[in-house]
Design a protein around this ligand. Structure first.
Ligand SMILES: Nc1ncnc2c1ncn2[C@@H]1O[C@H](COP(=O)(O)OP(=O)(O)O)[C@@H](O)[C@H]1O
Ligand SMILES: C=C(OP(=O)(O)O)C(=O)O
Ligand SMILES: [Mn+2]
Length: 537
């Protein structure tokens, strides 16, 4: 059934709807309305207002017959009733009525077998530019056959005045309704809520209905067709490290792994961090910032020169652009099974080795644990790195129990015979504040050498506390940094910090211990929960 172009069916009345405007026109409108400005090279720059990052505490899922038994309810997936959702949706559609709105019909999932049409109705013109950049852009034919499956309603200007009466926490909210297939966003203009809302929806639908493993990862593919994927929480390097001129980019944030031994991108664009961006360090991303891209919360002077070092609005300055702003891309955005999987973690303690190889048990353990330090900005209230565990390297977006995803991943990894690596893109030489962040050029070199097969013949040594296997040598990387203990002045301090972190791992894993098999539990740190060192020490 084809969808017609009538917003009244959603309860949005008497509007001037601007349908599928081009990025050029949206940019013109945004500037004319004083909602944004052009930087020196003609890129549109806007401010997202009060929210410059996602607000995970205000993310809800409607608890109903479809979701009740499927969702892993708790702090991450908070329930809201159908009744409250309906009331709030009425408020939002009432608010959006009598306005000039921007509607975009696009889709997600680059593999045609999973194509899902999405209509996004936004209050602001530049939100529609974001959607153009980030979702997949239908051809004329696809547009003519557009068959709306999901609806995103994005009303940043609507702030709920009486949140308690609607079962929500505060004025802003992001709610997913799986039965009505609606993502309802109010009170926040942060564009990441739009993409991560639909991602969260796919993270339940795809594994349950389509036997596809959804992954919070970036992906690229080499000339020989060898695919690499990079899991990691926000700020760990998915976008940066997947933009590698020698490999074709598949996508920077959200992918599915199918039962047919392929992986595909959900999106049609990239959403990169812009803080401290330089052309020298990140040439592909820097050059992707041209007309069509959308800069968020960056600071620039009267002439429009952007100062990427300036984090005075937020550390989470961002830019979205369609994937074709990157030169070397896979077309369409899919490829065969990965041969290498990288788990990216930004360890704020300076404990984890910059590169290590994981056994299957360790891979499952670290995937379920999802250790990283949250870096400043992407989530409200985070201003300096905080150690955290986020199951599947993406807990805020995963509606199902983490072991569901872990089981699928384990099975696929074994079938595909893939190598799994843990890459610490965070600190070495001591904790955040005393040590320094591992240089991007060294992290890139480690990944390049792994992908070239240089580490296939290298000897590994086992980390005494984490049990991880660290290469003794890696071309183009200083040898002394490969074992993190060497980078600390005080070895005793290193060992006690490592034990401290191992203890955090054990504490966090307790909640999964009942579900996890012996072989997964053995993939954890070698010391037991009472700080006793194992035989390897
Ligand atoms: N060794 C490193 N590896 C990866 N990124 C690094 C490294 N050192 C610093 N960075 C910076 O960390 C940030 C990583 O962010 P990004 O790639 O956007 O992460 P994600 O896509 O996982 O959210 C970038 O700003 C990058 O320049
Ligand atoms: C856009 C986001 O993703 P990431 O930081 O992982 O790129 C986000 O988490 O808001
Ligand atoms: Mn990213």
């Amino acid at each position: 059934m084809k969808t017609n172009r009538n917003l009244e069916v959603y309860g949005i009345k008497n509007v001037t709807a601007n349908w599928n405007l081009s990025p050029e026109i949206l940019q013109k409108i945004t500037v004319e309305k004083g909602m944004g400005r052009e930087t020196k090279n003609g890129t549109l720059a806007i401010n997202t207002g009060k929210f410059t990052g996602r607000s995970p505490q205000d993310r809800f899922i409607v608890k109903d017959a479809y979701t009740t038994d499927k969702v892993w309810w708790g702090k991450t997936n908070k329930p809201v009733s159908q009744e409250n959702f309906d009331k709030l949706k009425n408020k939002v559609t009432g608010y959006l009525s009598n306005k000039e709105l921007y509607v975009r019909d696009g889709f997600v999932c680059a593999d045609p077998a999973f194509k899902t049409d999405i209509r996004t109705v936004t209050e602001y013109p530049w939100s529609s530019s974001f959607v153009f950049n980030m979702f997949l852009r239908p051809s004329d034919e696809e547009l003519a056959n557009f068959d709306e499956e999901w609806l995103v309603l994005c009303a940043p200007g609507y702030v709920c005045e009486d949140p308690k009466a609607y079962g929500i926490r505060q004025g802003n909210f992001s709610i997913i309704n799986f039965t009505d297939k609606i993502a309802l966003i109010g009170g926040s203009a942060y564009t990441g809520e739009i993409k991560k809302g639909i991602f969260s929806a796919l993270n339940l639908i795809l594994p349950i209905e389509k036997d596809v493993l959804p992954m919070h990862c970036s992906a690229n593919v080499g000339e020989d067709g060898d695919t690499a994927i990079f899991f990691g929480l926000s700020g760990t390097g998915k976008t940066t490290l997947s933009a590698d001129p020698s490999r074709k980019l598949i996508g920077d944030d959200e992918h599915g792994w199918t039962a047919n031994n392929t992986i595909f991108n959900f999106e049609g664009g990239c959403y990169a961090k812009a803080i401290d961006l330089t052309e020298e360090k990140e040439p592909d991303i820097f050059r992707a910032i041209k007309p069509g891209a959308l800069l968020e919360n960056v600071v620039f002077d009267k002439e429009g020169n952007v100062d990427y070092m300036d984090g005075s609005i937020t550390q989470n300055t961002r830019v979205s652009y369609p994937i074709y702003h990157i030169d070397n891309i896979a077309k369409p955005s899919y490829a065969n099974n990965p041969t290498n999987i990288f788990f990216l973690t930004a360890d704020a303690f300076g404990v984890l080795p910059p590169v290590s190889k994981l056994t299957p048990g360790q891979a499952a353990y670290h995937f379920i644990s999802g250790y990283t330090a949250k870096v400043a900005g992407t989530e409200a209230g985070i201003t300096e790195p905080v150690p955290s565990f986020s199951a599947c390297f993406g807990e805020p977006f995963m509606p199902l129990h983490p072991t569901k995803y872990a089981e699928m991943l384990s099975k696929k990894m074994t079938e595909a015979g893939v190598n799994v690596w843990l890459i610490n893109t965070g600190w070495s030489g001591g904790p955040y504040g005393t040590g320094s962040r591992i240089k991007l050029k060294y992290t890139r070199a480690m990944i390049t050498e792994i992908l070239n097969g240089s580490l296939d013949t290298i000897e590994f040594e086992q980390h005494p506390i984490f049990g991880l296997f660290m290469p003794k040598y890696c071309p183009n990387v200083p040898t002394e940094m490969l074992n993190p203990m060497n980078t600390w002045l005080n070895k005793g301090a290193y060992i006690s910090k490592a034990i401290h972190l191992a203890h955090f791992f054990h504490l966090n894993f307790e909640k999964f211990a009942n579900e996890a098999s012996e072989h997964i539990i053995e993939g954890g740190p070698l010391i037991d929960e009472h700080h006793h060192l194992g035989e390897h020490f």
